[in-house]
Design a binder for this molecule. Structure first.
Ligand code: ZN
Ligand code: ZN
Length: 349
């Protein structure tokens, strides 16, 4: 009996003819491919890293653009650059946004609001993201409310700005924590509460420090150092320049679109927001040379850069005169001291 079976089996025509290719890809169920594509869209390192799938074949093209896949697209997958901006890039972001992707809603909202000057649809895409508690979108809407962006000075709504900021801070967004801290300290859009404001600022700094520490540790481990306490820091979100801010900076950067006359960019390097009307942003009242979309941007830029640059012209003149006088007397002379604690308190309100 066994012999017979074996003989029958051996005599059976092989399933694969030498010149016939069986396409196992066609046998795979759609949901399996979709789950693989979801993984790819969430982890791709750039838009092209994901989009190269599209021209492979009709089936992959269709499945890669499935809402279940696009809703998972990660920040880097959506990180289109101003240099490569095109109708198809716009269409890709829109497909992802329509699939319910909050990051895509935020990116498309910011680009439409600031770059394409379409304030209505820009704000409504940001609102779609904000409804999903997307922290950068909540903060972006807060900045728009604080400045009355896209409208006139009378469209400023400080209370709404603080409320949006508070929601963003609640989910741990550093920019919002910092902004809220300054609003509380200054009594801007909210009753003044210096100690509570200080608490938010300390929280923002602590989170920022943790992020820097985490970057440092991962750099060290890449360099081959022994295992470090990554687990302790893994819950802290990394705070680096968001691709959307990079997009704005690049869009209005040298040799590109350029801003309408009289409008200025936020002077903080990590921001990229432009004014939507003349004199919209806060100006440093000491030197008058820099402008900021928010208290948060001003405080950060002061710490990182502006502290060493900001000097009123009359102080320079006084210092020069003092130096000349000292030379004449032959003394050591005293350094001109600029109030270190001024931080952003010297800004126009
Ligand atoms: Zn800014
Ligand atoms: Zn200044």
């Amino acid at each position: 009996m066994t012999m017979t079976t074996t003989t029958t089996h051996l005599n059976k025509k092989p399933r694969l003819e030498n010149n016939t290719l069986v396409n196992h890809f066609d046998d795979l169920p759609d949901d399996l491919i979709i789950s693989i594509l979801r993984k790819l869209s969430s982890s791709a390192s750039s838009p092209s890293d994901f989009l190269t799938v599209l021209p492979t074949c009709k089936r992959l093209n269709k499945l890669a653009l499935h809402p279940l896949v696009l809703s998972k697209a990660g920040t880097q997958t959506l990180a289109v650059t101003a240099k490569k901006w095109s109708d198809s890039a716009h269409a890709f972001l829109k497909l992802c946004a329509n699939a319910g992707n909050a990051d895509a809603c935020y990116a498309l909202g910011m680009i439409r609001f600031y770059c394409l000057q379409n304030h209505g649809s820009g704000a409504s895409f940001m609102a779609k993201a904000a409804i999903q508690s997307h922290a950068p979108a909540l903060y972006a809407l807060a900045v728009i409310q604080f400045n009355g962006s896209g409208g006139s000075k009378t469209d400023k709504n400080l209370r709404a700005g603080v409320a949006l900021c508070a929601r963003s801070a609640y989910v741990g967004y550093v920019d919002a924590l910092r902004e809220l801290g300054h609003c509380l300290q200054d009594g801007y859009g909210v009753p003044r509460n210096v100690s509570e404001g200080r608490r938010f600022l300390i929280q923002a700094n602590a989170r920022e420090f943790a992020c820097s520490l985490r970057s440092y540790i991962s750099l060290k481990s890449e360099e081959g150092d022994e295992e470090m306490l990554l687990t302790d820091l893994s819950a802290v979100p990394v705070h680096e320049i968001h691709p959307v801010n990079r997009f704005l900076k690049e869009w209005f950067g040298p040799g590109r679109v350029g801003l309408a006359e009289g409008l200025r960019m936020c002077s903080h390097d990590g921001c990229g927001r432009p004014e939507t009307r003349a004199h919209e942003f806060r100006r440093c009242s000491v030197c008058g040379k820099v402008n900021y979309c928010s208290r948060g941007c001003q405080a950060l830029d002061w710490r990182v850069k502006h502290k060493t640059e900001c000097t009123p012209l009359d102080l320079w003149v006084a210092a020069a005169a003092a130096a000349v006088a000292m030379e004449e007397i032959g003394g050591d002379g005293e350094a001109v001291v600029i109030d270190d604690d001024a931080d952003d308190n010297h800004a126009e309100r």
